[in-house]
Design a protein around this ligand. Structure first.
Ligand code: ZN
Length: 375
């Protein structure tokens, strides 16, 4: 097994990657245990709750309802309520409750990324630009015509769109599809009384089991504290995240590759921030107890959603964020005075661009090309 040494792992924090702020809010986001009501055969109520702005309700409700419908997750009786102090989304057997502001922000960020591709030159390249996530994050909190145009196209019936508008709509829906599918699949597991409604491959079970052992052990991080049902809910979310092209969002070629990369990057950004975009462009580490550590969750999403031409590895900005946060997690262990290993196993390295292993081993310098999608 190829491993990198503890001494090597510290190097990246000083490298050119954006260093995240280290002030970790308390892990208050774990949802309460599911209720005790009898499961209603997987059917659920959707409540979209209003935070700062009522205008968030329409895109949030549309996004949750449309992705759930594509996945075959029934959400009925859609209603709007005020937000209790909850995590971004919470579910039990009664249904799913999500914050409109958080979901709308996710949709706006996807729309911005879609528009960047749509207005770009030609379609030969699927490159996903560096620093796109921070840029998109900042753009999504302002009134932005590009974003409004992309969301409006995505929400309309395709028959009323021109071919170019269809392309923009499909890009938007495909990008937001990745994080929302993981989220809804995770919550659907809880809504069914902690049962997964999607078929699952043994390979996925093995992969999630490997990541759980890594999180709970001391070979890379310090000991984590996992709750089985949260890990299994993630596993279920991943089972729902299959190839976008099978799910009725017809895109092809470079557009499809771009949408997948952007979807993985947006999922990574979402998981690492745990939806808390309180400061545009800034990331805040949160590690709520019970869940797999965020970089491991992001790696797993990448393994399911990254395009075949990237060998199903997270690359580009997603890979850079994941590597940066693996570093940051080990530093948190060190700062807390807990035993930690710093050995990055093959099960992690094989989900990242090949040159990451070389950089971690000290054989190459870290730079932007370390994370390249085209090596
Ligand atoms: Zn959960």
């Amino acid at each position: 097994m190829k491993r990198v040494r503890r001494t090597a792992i510290a190097a990246l924090l000083a490298a050119s990657c954006a260093t995240p702020r280290a002030d970790a809010p308390p892990g208050s986001a774990a949802p309460p245990a599911p209720g005790t009501e009898a499961p209603r055969e997987g059917r659920g109520r959707l409540v979209v709750c209003v935070g700062d702005s009522a205008t968030d309700v329409v895109p949030a409700t549309w996004a949750l309802s449309s992705v759930a419908r594509e996945l075959g997750v029934p959400l009925y009786d859609v209603s709007v309520g005020s937000c209790p102090p909850i995590p971004p989304c919470f579910s039990d057997e009664r249904g799913l409750l999500c914050r409109a502001d958080v979901i709308a922000k996710l949709v706006r960020t996807a729309a911005y990324l879609a528009h960047q591709r749509w207005q770009g030159p030609g379609d030969a390249q699927a490159a996903f630009p560096d620093h796109a996530m921070a840029t998109a994050d900042i753009a999504s909190v302002n009134t932005d015509e590009k974003i409004e145009q992309a969301i409006a196209a995505a929400m309309r019936d395709e028959s009323g769109l021109t071919a170019e508008e269809q392309r923009l709509a499909r890009l938007t829906r495909s990008i937001m599809w990745v994080p929302l599918t993981f989220l809804i699949g995770h919550e659907d597991f809880h809504m069914r009384g902690n049962v997964c409604g999607a078929p699952m491959e043994q390979a996925l079970r093995r992969q999630v089991s490997t990541m759980s052992k890594l999180d709970a052990g001391e070979t890379l991080f310090c000991k984590g504290h996992l709750e089985l049902n949260e890990v299994l809910a993630d596993q279920c979310g991943l089972a729902y995240v299959e190839n976008i092209e099978k799910r009725g969002v017809p895109l092809e070629g470079a557009d499809l590759a771009y949408a997948k990369r952007a979807g993985v990057a947006l999922s990574t950004w979402m998981l690492l921030n745990r939806f808390r975009w309180s400061q545009p462009g800034k990331m805040v580490i949160t590690s709520p107890a019970g869940y797999l550590r965020a970089p491991l969750r992001a790696l797993l999403v990448g393994s399911r959603a990254a395009p075949a031409e990237d060998n199903h590895r997270a690359c580009g900005e997603a890979a850079k964020l994941i590597v940066t946060y693996i570093q940051a997690e080990t530093k948190r262990c060190e700062d807390a005075g807990l035993p930690w290993g710093g050995d990055v196993p093959d099960s992690v390295l094989e989900l990242l661009p090949p040159r990451v292993a070389l950089a971690w081993a000290g054989k190459e310098r870290w730079d932007e090309s370390t994370f390249s999608c085209t090596d």
